[in-house]
Write a protein that binds this ligand. Structure first.
Ligand SMILES: Cc1cc2nc3c(=O)[nH]c(=O)nc-3n(C[C@H](O)[C@H](O)[C@H](O)COP(=O)(O)OP(=O)(O)OC[C@H]3O[C@@H](n4cnc5c(N)ncnc54)[C@H](O)[C@@H]3O)c2cc1C
Length: 400
């Protein structure tokens, strides 16, 4: 199996199908396999899969295990509701964890290589094509164009997936108007009252801040998600949307954060002031999946953000990529090159509605987190009254 993209989706897919008996080769265009510095939360729907893959112990080495998810008012700091997640193993059969993306990626890469997956960096998949019997990648590797042929291929090339455009031609994602500003701070550098081993979501007007521990709890990952604007030039520039901020000065980034956090309570502004080296990530997205075609085309499957880019407001993009990998491998177990396209169809039918639901719920969460006026008051009242019942997502966490 040929896999384009060596991010979380590509690595998880390579590892999972190798376990199911398929020879997998991953092509990554970057010069090195790595992940940008930021955190991810993984719900029990995902950690259950990592445990089933035999990676539970490796996860324990790098993850933090928060006791609760706190929904807080940005203006007063009040905890409006808490979802206790320390008992997720009892309720859902697997833990709720937070970790550094590089740690998750490293764990998957190591497991994939151990399972016999071939991994190539500096390898750009330029074209995907297929015949009745094979899938073909044209790969520019170390400045040489080579063709690779296999019974199946996977597009795991991310939100800007060039392969998706070749297969579906349904247009590139667009800028949502939301920007994520991200920073990591060592807990040891924070005054004791700002340190935390829990997840906090501080909700303001058209802005929210999420903080949670990573690197086994040694660092706090802090993300401010604001409805903002890129520089006018950048809003139309694909390159600016595809890369981490290179243009904005620190002063400008701080001014934008200051604006997004106007009216925030002192503990939150203190926390934000303790962070430095902010990175900026413009959030881009597409409408929710419409049908199974977006997951499989003949001998080519699409997984992760290439299939279903989503806003990070349900913290499930990487999670859905791993669910995709798990299901792909389950469908391909015992398959032959001849019946593999049918199995890809099965995979697509099993996955697309769940991914569409998660995409839609992430959009809705954003509206709730960023509510203003009467809607905001209703939200806060609802959280105070109903607490964890409003925050729990059994259909999501209880998957499989
Ligand atoms: C602010 C923010 C917070 C988030 N928080 C969470 C969270 O808490 N929990 C969660 O589960 N998810 C979270 N996510 C989502 C998660 O990060 C993504 O859904 C996930 O990383 C997608 O992985 P991927 O492998 O599909 O795509 P990517 O990580 O984009 O990987 C795609 C890879 O393909 C490579 N590539 C592209 N084109 C080619 C080509 N032509 N040839 C070869 N290689 C190519 C790229 O270099 C890249 O390495 C968050 C996202 C954001 C923006």
């Amino acid at each position: 199996m040929l896999i384009a993209g060596g991010g979380i989706a590509g690595m998880a897919a390579g590892f999972a199908v190798a376990r199911a008996g398929w020879q997998a080769t991953v092509f990554e265009r970057a010069l090195e396999f790595s992940e940008v510095g930021a955190g991810v939360q993984l719900g029990p729907n995902v950690t259950r899969i990592l445990q089933a893959w035999g990676l539970g112990d490796a996860l324990k080495q790098v993850a933090a295990f928060p006791a609760g998810l706190h929904a807080r008012s940005m203006s007063t700091g009040e905890v409006l509701a808490t979802l206790p997640v320390k008992d997720a193993s009892r309720t859902y059969g697997a833990p709720y964890v937070t970790l550094h993306r590089a740690d998750l990626h490293g764990l998957l890469l190591q497991a994939a290589v151990h399972e016999g997956v071939q991994v190539h960096s500096d390898a750009v998949v330029q074209k995907v094509s297929q015949s009745a019997d094979d899938a073909v990648f044209d790969v520019m590797q170390h400045a040489q164009l080579q063709q690779h042929i296999a019974p199946l291929a996977v597009a795991a090339d991310g939100v800007w997936s060039p392969l998706r455009q070749q297969l579906l031609g349904d247009g590139l994602p667009s800028f949502t108007g939301h920007i994520a500003y991200r920073a990591l701070v060592a807990q040891a550098d924070l005054p004791p009252h700002l340190r935390s081993q829990d997840v906090s979501v501080w909700m303001g007007s058209q802005t929210h801040v999420v903080s949670y521990p990573v690197r086994g709890g040694e660092y706090l990952n802090v993300v401010c998600l604001a409805e903002g604007r890129l520089l006018d030039d950048d809003a139309n520039s694909l390159q600016a949307l595809q890369t981490w901020n290179a243009k904005k000065s620190e002063a400008q980034t701080l001014a934008e954060l200051h604006h997004a956090l106007r009216g925030a309570c002192v503990p939150l502004t203190d926390l934000m002031s303790a962070c430095s080296d902010w990175r900026l990530w413009p959030l881009c997205g597409s409408p929710a999946m419409q049908d199974a075609r977006e997951h499989a085309q003949g001998r080519v499957a699409l997984v992760g953000d290439a299939a279903h880019p989503m806003l990070p407001y349900l913290a499930q993009g990487a999670g859905m990529a791993m669910e995709d990998a798990y299901e792909l491998a389950a469908q391909l177990l015992g398959a032959t090159p001849a019946n593999a396209p049918e199995r890809l169809q099965q995979f697509a039918h099993v996955r697309w509605q769940r991914n569409a639901r998660v995409q839609a719920r992430a959009v809705r969460n954003g509206q709730i987190f960023h509510a203003t006026g009467a809607m905001r008051m209703g939200r806060d009242m609802g959280l105070r009254l109903m607490g964890a019942r409003l925050m729990d997502v059994p259909w999501l966490y209880g998957y499989r």
